[in-house]
Unconditional design. Structure first.
Ligand code: NAD
Length: 262
């Protein structure tokens, strides 16, 4: 794995789950890392300290709310002030809400579109000038198998995740000659708090037990019948960051245990 010494990485939604795994993988290769998201202050501080032990370039936390464009611009400016302009931007923040579309709460629709889709626009817009100035950059958007196919009761999430795939392709074309790649990783179900937290709503929406949701809903369409591991996604992300992946851009790359092969 190529060293990322001298590179700065900014990962949205990285206080837990996939984003936190990405942060640790990037720090382990020497990148300076800024994490973002919500959670227990002491736990987040402990993660920052753990990241600092991996990367001598440093680590920091920014509490920016991805529903607030001004917060997102300030986060990119904060990262630039502390470590230099982000070379690697990972738009990863996400939430879920499960309900039939005719009962879907409007505030949940707005929040999901803001956090998953609009935040990627605002962060990318703020970070691209720095990447263009350096002639090198990596934008990686965390999509989903729901960037490619749908499941019922997830209208906002599916719309936002399909949107991020289109956004990825558009930005990739705009910066194709400037040493910047833009790609979308599309995981199947990964065992993280986001998945765990949607089980009660799915139980309610479909009238199922906990085990039925895990085995018959979540893993029903995942042919390998196993959750994707955060470390596996991190290894794909690290490949996309590497120089070996310089010709991969505008791609939606599935790691879904076979979900979208069906
Ligand atoms: P997670 O709940 O562990 O992490 C989500 C992160 O987003 C957390 O750090 C949380 O604090 C942060 N966040 C939420 N709202 C925010 C806001 N308003 N502003 C800033 N940060 C905010 O979930 P995860 O499973 O690690 O999900 C990460 C990404 O992966 C999401 O985009 C999700 O849609 C995607 N994804 C997850 C799975 C899966 O099975 N877990 C599958 C496909 C795609």
């Amino acid at each position: 794995m190529a060293s990322l010494t001298g590179r700065t990485a900014l990962i949205t939604g990285s206080t837990s789950g996939i984003g936190l795994g990405f942060a640790h993988a990037l720090a382990a290769q020497g990148a300076a890392v800024m994490i973002n998201g919500f959670g227990d202050a002491a736990a987040i501080a402990a993660e920052v300290e753990a990241l600092k032990t991996k990367s001598s370039a440093g680590a920091a936390y920014c509490p920016a709310d991805m529903t607030r464009p001004e917060d997102i611009r300030a986060m990119v400016a904060d990262c630039t002030a502390q470590f230099g302009a982000p070379d690697i931007l990972i738009n990863n923040a996400g939430i879920q809400h499960v309900a039939p579309v005719d009962e879907f709460p409007e505030d949940k629709w707005d929040a999901i579109l803001a956090i998953i889709l609009s935040s990627a626009f605002h962060a990318t817009k703020a970070a691209l000038p720095g990447m263009k100035a350096k002639g090198w950059g990596r934008v990686i958007n965390t999509g989903s198998m729901h960037s490619l196919v749908a499941s019922p009761y997830k209208s906002a999430y599916n719309a936002a995740k399909h949107g991020i795939a289109g956004f990825t392709k558009t930005v990739a074309l705009e910066v194709a000659t400037q040493g910047i790649t833009v790609n979308c990783i599309c995981p199947g179900y990964v065992w993280t708090p986001l998945v765990e937290n949607q089980i009660p709503d799915t139980m309610k929406a479909r009238g199922l037990t906990y085990d039925q949701v895990v085995n018959d809903v979540l893993l029903d369409k995942q042919p390998q019948k196993q959750f994707v591991q955060v470390e596996q996604l991190a290894s794909l992300m690290m490949y996309l960051v590497s120089d070996g992946a310089a010709a991969i851009t505008g791609a939606t790359l599935s790691m879904d245990g076979g979900w979208t092969a069906q």
